[in-house]
Design a protein around this ligand. Structure first.
Ligand SMILES: Cc1ncc(COP(=O)(O)O)c(C=O)c1O
Length: 459
């Protein structure tokens, strides 16, 4: 089979194939919002379509492209591994690459989170969270979980039980016993933990959906409350981890010391699904409590060689290219450029984030003409303005971003950590011009809103 030939011969049918066999609703949405592009190549911070047009990618595959696309070190490691014909997935075996990745992960993690000396490998973020929840239950012999409003930890049933959005939970029946508390509300958290039936409190250091950043005191105090009431403290670093926020782990911003940490996304280098749960050995022992229970929690592909190789190469590049410092410096440039726009654009209500995990939130304008236009849009559908900004950025600037959550006016940016000052400035210019048009009711952005709703109704 010649895979290149197959792709070339049938690329034009891709939307039709998805409409027919995969997810027709998503295929339609992508066409409606102008995100239906024949991408042919990815390199660094850019995507290229079949016609050779270049797109700046700050969507980053939902946060997997820390190293940018097609990184040569990753490619070399993966090519080498395939060519070695190594025996993969023997299962009744202790594969060397899994051992090496576990060692490297715990060493790098140990600089910020000491005490996480055991690793369980998974295939995704959600599977890491599932594992973390199970480990916490086994360690505490308690059932219930506490999580934050707006939280996102994946969409499998366990992870969904600690999801802070009704939109995702609705329609999927009874979930695990779990209780939400508002971010920064320590009294509410202690109220739940004090009932002494909570296995774990799970939180993202910075929330992926909406880019909500907790107050400085919240997570350190939450950690103390977990200790006080015997609950496991799980920090979900699937999105904020591995340098994204300008630190190896997002929780480092507050000097956290969690009991369990979940990672995934960027560890893959953007190539092979991989995830890991990092945990204290004493918690690990409570699950794998004897020889008979040595695979009581396990999976088939968790330690597969390509995933482990991708993980090792990713950690190597993060360190050798100083990408975490780059994330901090470029992130500061991006955030301050966006903050400078706040005075000029009345609908830009908030700019927040850390490193290269950045969100901007829009809200109602004060001036009368804009007020009417905003109201008309929001009446059609909440969050439509942010969607129009995302569409304008793509349409006029070939700049990929995303609305961060369901029916919210928040746009999120997850650039690769290799991003340059020039690329950050290009992004800032694109955002500036798009907001300028929107605030002067120019350039058809508002008309696009009407068209968008019409198209959605038609389809
Ligand atoms: C913080 C966090 N946890 C878990 C997940 C789930 O990861 P996956 O999509 O790989 O299952 C995500 C995905 O966006 C995430 O952001």
């Amino acid at each position: 089979m010649e895979i290149t030939k197959r792709i070339e011969e049938r690329l034009e049918e891709r939307t039709e194939l998805h409409r027919k066999y995969v997810n027709p609703a998503l295929a339609k949405v992508l066409q409606i919002i102008d995100y239906d592009v024949d991408y042919a190549r990815g390199q660094g911070a850019y995507l290229y379509d079949r016609g050779g047009n270049r797109y700046l990618d700050f969507l980053g595959g939902y946060g997997v492209y820390q190293l940018g696309r097609s990184h040569p070190v990753l490619k070399k490691a993966l090519h080498e591994l395939i060519d070695l014909d190594r025996p993969n997935l023997i299962q009744m075996d202790c594969p060397i690459l899994a051992g090496l990745l576990a060692e490297r992960l715990t060493k790098m993690a140990g600089r910020s989170y000491p005490g996480l000396d055991a690793v369980f490998f998974t295939n995704s973020g959600a599977e890491s969270v599932e594992g973390a929840l199970k480990f916490a239950r086994a360690a505490t012999k308690r059932d219930r979980f506490v999580y934050l409003d707006h939280a996102f930890h994946g969409l499998t049933l366990g992870a969904l039980s600690v999801n802070g959005s009704e939109h995702f939970r609705d329609g999927f029946g009874t979930l695990l016993p779990a209780t939400p508390v508002p971010m920064n509300d320590l009294d509410a958290l202690e109220g739940e933990l004090a009932k002494k039936d909570v296995a774990a409190f799970i939180a993202e250091p910075i929330q992926g959906k909406g880019v909500y950043v907790p107050d400085d005191h919240f997570l350190p105090e939450a950690q103390k409350l977990c200790r006080k009431h015997g609950a496991v403290f799980i920090v979900d670093e699937v999105q904020a981890g591995l340098g994204r926020t300008g630190r190896f782990f997002g929780g480092e911003h507050w000097g956290l010391d969690p009991d369990i940490v979940t990672v995934s996304k960027a560890l893959s280098g953007g190539y092979v699904p991989v995830g890991a749960v990092l945990l204290r050995r004493e918690i690990h022992r409570k699950t794998f409590s004897g020889l008979e229970r040595c695979v009581v929690h396990s999976n088939t592909f968790g330690q597969n060689e390509l995933a482990m190789g991708a993980g090792l190469a990713t950690l190597e590049v993060l360190e050798s290219e100083g990408l975490i410092d780059n994330a901090a410096a470029r992130g500061e440039r991006f955030l301050s450029g966006l903050r400078a726009m706040k005075d000029r654009y009345e609908m830009l209500h908030d700019v927040r984030g850390a490193g290269l995990m950045v969100g901007i939130e829009f809200g109602p304008p004060k001036s009368l003409t804009l007020k009417a236009a905003w109201k008309a849009l929001e009446t059609m559908q909440a969050g439509l303005f942010a969607q129009l900004v995302v569409m304008g950025l793509m349409h006029d600037h070939r700049f990929l971003t995303q609305v961060s959550g369901h029916r919210v006016n928040i746009v999120k940016f997850l650039p690769p950590l290799i991003v340059t000052d020039g690329q950050v400035d290009d992004a800032l210019n694109a955002i500036d011009q798009t907001l300028e048009k929107a605030h002067r009711l120019r350039g058809g952005l508002w008309d696009m809103g009407k068209e968008l709703v019409k198209a959605a109704l038609r389809k």
